[in-house]
Design a protein around this ligand. Structure first.
Ligand code: PEP
Ligand code: MG
Length: 323
């Protein structure tokens, strides 16, 4: 199986009718360079920096972070790497930053924590800018955004870091693209208004499903209700895609790495999917065997379904009919 997977990724990811689909890797601390050099993979779509922060006993310094980021960016063979700024809180606690809250998932997490500690955020941004010098393949993504002013504040802090380093180095530093995770329901209704401030966006279907359905993503008791094929999630994913025509939009939740999930996303117009290493071969194979231009009727069918089971059934039927 791993042999077939390797051969699969040796080719660029092109659909049966000739359309390119961007396949990206979700990466943690270890950078899986062997996969990144494959022609079928376009880069890292999500690098979660929590793992790096958890590997230390206290907040890593700018220099400590810089070292890790440089290894990541240099190992990507010139391909783009989307680094997500610190997303602690909720299901991602930091031992040296105890947070006591009744509702951690609705609490002090992601961009909220970053903007309350601009010093921390700035040191991460500066470390990233330092590490990316000479590589120019860095993109910065902010998690858990629910308001425009959060994006504006992040952009101001990025500009501040760029100005500081330009001054320090005596030359103009070019700011990397800045984007957000679309994972709070508020973002799906506002994305169309936010695009002027964004270079790209990536849907976090894990949290988006959790918050849309009010189902804890890690609670086994309610795991049957955690359903990214729920018609409300399908409608949300569709609305996000409609609000992003001509923009750089991707998806980096678990859904992108499931065969039925990827088929649904391609049907809704997504052309950039980021997933774990193990899923890349299967999704590459799916894309190569799909006629993307023939999916429009399936989109209407999916949007008309009344429960997740029915959505899955329609997707399975399409796969079977397509061979
Ligand atoms: C998501 O929420 O879908 C996501 C990709 O990020 P994480 O799983 O790290 O919250
Ligand atoms: Mg998330």
């Amino acid at each position: 199986r791993s042999e077939r997977f390797r051969r699969q990724l040796a080719r660029p990811c092109i659909s049966a009718d000739g359309e390119a689909v961007t396949l990206l890797l979700n990466a943690g601390l270890a950078t899986e360079e062997r996969v990144l050099c494959k022609p079928g993979i376009s880069g890292v779509g999500l690098y979660r920096t929590e793992a790096l922060f958890m590997a230390f006993n206290q907040f890593p310094t700018e220099q400590q972070q810089e070292r890790v980021y440089r290894r990541l960016l240099s190992g990507a063979e010139g391909k783009s790497v989307t680094v997500r700024t610190l997303d602690v809180g909720g299901d991602k606690p930091l031992p040296y930053l105890p947070i006591r809250e009744d509702n951690p998932f609705l609490g002090w997490r992601g961009v909220r924590l970053s903007l309350d500690h601009p010093d921390l955020f700035l040191s991460q941004i500066r470390a990233l800018l330092r590490a990316s010098q000479g590589y120019d393949n860095l993109k910065i993504m902010v998690p858990m955004v629910s308001r425009l002013d959060e994006i504006q504040s992040c952009r101001r802090l990025l500009e501040q870091a760029v100005a500081e380093l330009s001054e320090e180095w005596g030359r103009a530093v070019i700011p990397p693209p800045l984007g957000i995770m679309v994972e709070v329901p508020a973002a799906l209704f506002q994305l169309g208004n936010w695009w002027p401030w964004l270079d790209f966006a990536s849907v976090g279907s894990n949290d988006l499903t959790q918050y849309l359905l009010a189902v804890d993503r890690n609670n086994a008791q309610v795991s049957a209700s955690f359903d990214s094929f729920h018609p409300a999630v399908v409608a949300a994913l569709d609305q996000i895609a409609r609000a992003s025509q001509g923009r750089e939009l991707g998806l980096c939740g678990e859904l992108a790495g499931e065969v039925l999930g990827a088929l649904m996303l391609l049907t809704l117009g997504y052309r950039q999917l980021s997933m774990n290493t193990q899923s890349l071969g299967a999704i590459h194979y799916l894309v190569e065997n799909l006629d993307l231009s023939a999916l429009a009727p399936l989109r209407m069918v999916l949007l008309a379904q009344r429960d997740g089971e029915a959505v899955r059934h329609c997707l399975t039927e399409h796969l079977q009919a397509a061979g």
